[in-house]
Write a protein that binds this ligand. Structure first.
Ligand code: ARG
Length: 566
């Protein structure tokens, strides 16, 4: 029906205004006063035709009103056309919402590489690492759901001077323990101690640098140490990623590119893109218009760099996977770095896929205690545990109003979900605020509210003994206000999902789900479902089932889980 309305509008514009090709944008207004569909096309035409937009809108509205799917059409503002559709036309359109809940079949095409999480080895995951981790996983889920082949890539920082530092610390203060018997916390403590002591004793830094050179040169003892530390870190991450519903297809990390940089350095020199800088270092200079400062690709002591590894990484990805797009989900602090990286690849005249630094903002704590903790990083695992504990307390304090067969599993789902949702519900490009109260609220834009609403819908369906997807009726002549609003909300799902996916913006989806929860809860409070007359009851149950399906699908795309009972 929507297509037929679109065709009708195009035909009207052709015959009445003589314009052959017009791009008609339709919006689905969130406010009921603006109809089910609205278009600003009259204002666009007014410019072309040099006519009054209101007159054009008036003509368009009158003619559209004659369409069999239209209830009424009105002009609003300075030339908007608002269209109200007949109830059944709206309901028929809901099948698109249902379709949008199923992942498309994966197309046979070049993959998208999404790189995220990228923790640095030998350190536990700090709370800020959750940003790239869950935002990257959500973007991956969006792409997969839309049918794009994706390679989810964890490019860990498993190479670099931190190993020199850790090795020195381990030798001095490791009490002769075996590395493999150390926990990640013990390794971190050693690393922190190195930094503390290096302030007073600068020879430590020099030792660390030399040790790292040995690692680069392949000395077997330090190499074995390195490999043990990498192993310990990776296994400490497994459980954490599981809790977050995060999965990777590939974890080729920085160290892999150790022997793949020489050809790139040679290529850059040959093409005169890498030129000598101070004391024999190699640098890249960019055009004046680009305003980019020079980038270093080789140190004076011939040591390799993060940037050089990233070039080798890019080359490898292009050669091995021929991706159509690579997304780097990384902190805003590396903005300039990625501009330089992409500019170098362009200067080298590589045939490049689309490259994007998906910027992730900084994290700020609402809770002062958290931000002022010095000398130690706040571990992600600790934060998740705390959230689960708080969720557990909340469940207990609510007494009978929360029911669960497995309160522990529910607390885990709610606690972890709160932290994740708290992040995903903010625009990733802004500063991301960490606020317990907001995250765990049962009323606001939060995981518990979403989970609770889903459970409420499931509970209605359970009581009605309705099976999963009750079919939608074909003979609805009128809708109550709450029904109509809920239908409108459900109809907005495909568009919201597409906007979130195209812009790599998880908060567009959380925002949508929050609104849908509000619409469903208003419907639940205003219109009796189980007590309604039979035909109405069937319809209301179908709306309830579709709401539950959308909430679950949306939540899972956001890496969350929703309970059936709560
Ligand atoms: N491990 C790096 C860090 O923590 C981030 C890696 C980003 N990705 C990349 N291809 N450079 O700073």
């Amino acid at each position: 029906m929507f297509e037929s309305l679109q065709a009708k509008a195009i035909a009207i514009i052709r015959t009445t205004f003589g314009i052959q090709n017009v791009n008609i944008a339709w919006e689905r207004p969130a406010q009921a006063d603006f109809g089910d569909l609205a278009t600003p096309v009259a204002m666009q035409l007014a410019k072309e035709l040099k006519q009054n937009p209101k007159m054009i809108a008036q003509t368009l509205a009158e003619k559209l009103a004659q369409d069999s799917s239209v209830e009424k059409a009105e002009v609003a503002g300075s030339g908007y056309v608002n269209v109200w559709l007949k109830p059944q036309a709206l309901i028929d359109e809901l099948k698109k919402t249902r379709e949008a809940c199923t992942a498309r079949v994966t197309r046979k095409e070049a993959p998208v590489i999404v790189e995220y999480s990228q923790p640095n080895v030998a350190k536990p995951l700090g709370i800020h690492h959750i940003l790239s981790t869950v935002i990257g996983q959500t973007i991956t889920n969006f792409y997969r759901h839309a049918g794009h082949p994706v390679i989810a890539w964890n490019y860990m920082g498993d190479w670099g001077t931190q190993f020199g530092k850790l090795a020195v610390a381990f030798e001095r203060w490791g009490k002769g323990k075996k590395v493999t018997s150390c926990s990640i916390e013990e390794l971190l403590a050693l690393y922190v101690r190195f930094h503390d002591e290096a302030e007073a004793d600068p020879t430590l830094e020099e030792d660390a640098r030399k040790t790292f050179v040995k690692l680069e040169q392949g000395y077997s003892e330090i190499r074995a140490f390195w490999s043990d530390v990498v192993g310990i870190t990776k296994s400490s991450l497994t459980h954490l990623y599981e809790r977050l519903h995060v999965h990777f297809d590939c974890d080729i990390s920085e160290s892999f590119y150790e022997d793949k940089m020489a050809p790139i350095l040679a290529e850059g020199k040959k093409k005169s893109i890498f030129v000598p800088g101070e004391k024999g270092a190699l640098i890249v200079q960019f055009s004046e218009e680009s305003k980019l400062p020079p980038a270093l690709v080789q140190k004076a002591d011939e040591g390799t760099l993060y940037a050089t590894r990233d070039l080798a990484n890019l080359r490898y990805r292009i050669d091995t996977h021929q991706p159509k797009e690579i997304l780097y989900v990384v902190d805003v602090a590396q903005m300039l770095y990625f501009q330089q990286l992409f500019a170098i690849a362009t200067l080298l005249q590589w045939e490049l896929p689309a490259l994007e630094h998906v910027v992730v903002g900084r994290m700020r704590f609402f809770d002062k205690k958290m931000s002022t903790r010095k000398g130690n990083i706040l571990r992600l695992e600790e934060v998740l545990d705390e959230a689960v504990k708080r969720a557990g307390d909340l469940i207990k304090s609510r007494g009978d109003s929360i029911q669960s067969d497995d309160p522990e599993a529910l607390a885990e789902m709610m606690g972890v979900g709160s932290v994740v949702y708290g992040i995903l519900s903010q625009n990733r490009m802004s500063e991301l605020v960490f606020d317990w109260d907001r995250m765990l609220s049962f009323e606001g834009n939060s995981a518990p509210y979403l989970q609770y609403t889903h459970a409420r819908a499931r509970s209605v369906l359970r009581k009605a003994d309705a099976k999963g997807d009750a079919s939608l009726p074909t003979n609805v002549a009128s809708l109550t206000t709450s029904e109509r609003s809920l239908v409108g909300g459900l109809l907005r799902f495909p568009g919201a999902l597409e906007e979130a996916q195209k812009g790599h913006l998880p908060h567009v989806l959380t925002h949508y789900l929050y609104q849908l929860c509000q619409l469903f809860n208003a419907f639940y409070n205003n219109d009796p479902i189980l007590q309604a007359p039979e035909s109405q009851k069937t319809f209301r149950l179908a709306l309830t089932a579709l709401t539950a399906t959308v909430l679950k699908c949306g939540a899972e795309l956001l890496t969350l889980r929703v309970p059936d009972r709560m």
